[in-house]
Design a binder for this molecule. Sequence first.
Ligand SMILES: *[C@@H]1O[C@H](CO)[C@@H](O)[C@H](O)[C@H]1NC(C)=O
Ligand SMILES: *[C@@H]1O[C@H](CO)[C@@H](O)[C@H](O)[C@H]1NC(C)=O
Ligand SMILES: *[C@@H]1O[C@H](CO)[C@@H](O)[C@H](O)[C@H]1NC(C)=O
Ligand SMILES: *[C@@H]1O[C@H](CO)[C@@H](O)[C@H](O)[C@H]1NC(C)=O
Ligand SMILES: *[C@@H]1O[C@H](CO)[C@@H](O)[C@H](O)[C@H]1NC(C)=O
Length: 588
Amino acid sequence: MRRRSPRATGTFLLCLLLLLLFSIFSLHLSRNAISTSSLNLNLHYNNDHLHHSKRALLNELDDDGLLLHPIARINDSSFSVSVSDSILLPDWEILLILSPNTPLPPLPLDRQDNYHCLFRNNERSPAKFFAVLPFTNRTTFKCFVPESVRRRRIFSKPTLVASSSYNESPELSSSPVPEILKWNFFVYESFSTDDDVVLFAKGVNGRQGNDRSPNELNCVFTFEGNGVRNAVKTPVTNSVQEVFRCPHPDPSELGLGPNYQSLEGQGSEKMTVSLEIIAHNIVVPSVAYYTPRPNKEPNSIQAQPKYEICACTMVYNVAKFLREWVMYHSKVGVDNFLLYDNGSEDELKNMINELRGEGYNISTLLWIWPKTQEAGFSHSILYSKSMGMCKWIMYVDVDEFVFSPLWNNLENGKHGSLKSLVPQEKRAGQVSVNCLEFGPSGQKVHPLEGVTQGYTCRKKVEQRHKSMVLVDAVDPSLWNVIHHFKVNEKGGFVSVQLGLDKWVVNHYKYQAWDEFKNKFRRRVSAYVVDWKQNVNLNSKDRTPGLGSEAVEPQDWVNKFCEVRDERLKSFTQKLFGPFRPNQTHAMA
Ligand SMILES: *[C@@H]1O[C@H](CO)[C@@H](O)[C@H](O)[C@H]1NC(C)=O
Ligand SMILES: *[C@@H]1O[C@H](CO)[C@@H](O)[C@H](O)[C@H]1NC(C)=O
Ligand SMILES: *[C@@H]1O[C@H](CO)[C@@H](O)[C@H](O)[C@H]1NC(C)=O
Ligand SMILES: *[C@@H]1O[C@H](CO)[C@@H](O)[C@H](O)[C@H]1NC(C)=O
Ligand SMILES: *[C@@H]1O[C@H](CO)[C@@H](O)[C@H](O)[C@H]1NC(C)=O
């Protein structure tokens, strides 16, 4: 921080005061009072964002008082695309979300230099088309924050400009642009069930069970369009982890009349939904849209779910491992695979299409929100229910294979099935299975014969459980910790633990060094800190003996090898035949 002369400081503070008054005044005028004022109140939150005073707010404004600066003039021929929300993600990445049906200039989306984020200091960075969000069909782009902007403690959302030869005047705006949202404090998704609305939000509840009581919160539904703006609140009935439930708003209260349903998908009107933290008079910033209650057809008594057993996991760039995982689990009784894709950039789509072409049932859902593994699993329960998809869902990752040692004893021509191991007891709502962790087993590179035949040496002790849950037995709170749900005890359900002699999960956790390194770099997991950082060294998610170094430890190939375990290897050889380099049904 540079030092200022007292006079300069005085002038500076006076300016700030004027700016503050002006901003309060202009917020009053704003049509969009609810969401804007929520932004205003949360301009400077950090981890204890809710306790920030106005003084702190003043102290944190940076040298340029940048918030209310008019946007820099764009002097070349560019076209500015209206961005409705932008979120600052970890690692200085920005997610830009366009309104539904935003017209884009006729430029190819896949060329890096066609789109840029333009910041208020006239700095640009290339923006890349990212994905179209499910449910709302909103187009998203991503760009990085340029170095010169990173130094500021606060910054406004950038403008998305399409440059190059496209000749159209940019829309210049001189009005204040709201500050960018931060990934750890916003409502990111909403899901409408027959009975209520489920919101997913970060930063409202603390971790480790530090949840706000439902009566501290309201859901706020805001309809805007056709010159109307209306907000309706309903009380929150459930507040657990990142999941909040509340009743649907009364359509007539929103002033929408009976044509309510027909507004869906038209794009220009939108109904946002957020959470109000009553005591702090804060409406949490939100990018979630409300979808009205699904139309209930008369006589639509839910038949049995379509699939008896589904496997669900969150994936990022796992194309290479997917075939073996899908083929194996399909063979042992998994009927459908539900993949929550965290914006994969590899060949995942092609691989999925290839497998679908061979008859495998794979459902995917784009789930791009940072550090939301538990929330994603909560979502999968709602999603499966609404689609009548799965009776049981097994939560195992792509490097985990469920197996029963009993299957090794079956006569030739017979192979086991998970279905025969599902507990018949009516009360059983969840099955927990122990994991065995396999080491590199001498492999220096990804084994061509696949992981189940390539890695055969493991640690002796079993690790934390994985589980398979009966969708109808999940507690309405949707509470879960990695791969394990709370079952609805009031509904009479219990969790059962199966012994290692019945079921095991072979977890190919420590693979050949390059694979291991990649996996842990971008670990698709909930709250695991960056494994290279020197914190949380005792966490189970760390690798014993690896510390925080990203260099290959000595003798990696022989680590974690205490027990030779070829049970799954011989079982998959029985199922698929021993590995031959050019067999067409190769699992790897
Ligand atoms: C836009 O302005 C910058 C300086 O503000 C200048 O360097 C640049 O040449 C200008 N570009 C065009 C196309 O006029
Ligand atoms: C999103 O797009 C899909 C396919 O184009 C369409 O079926 C769906 O109705 C759209 N949803 C909304 C909310 O616009
Ligand atoms: C895919 O689902 C259908 C039912 O929709 C089922 O008949 C079929 O066996 C499934 N395919 C596989 C490979 O599990
Ligand atoms: C998805 O990937 C991003 C970027 O690598 C990461 O920050 C985020 O935590 C991941 N999301 C989940 C749910 O793991
Ligand atoms: C494997 O491929 C080689 C040459 O590519 C061929 O000569 C051989 O017959 C193939 N083996 C089998 C079992 O298909």
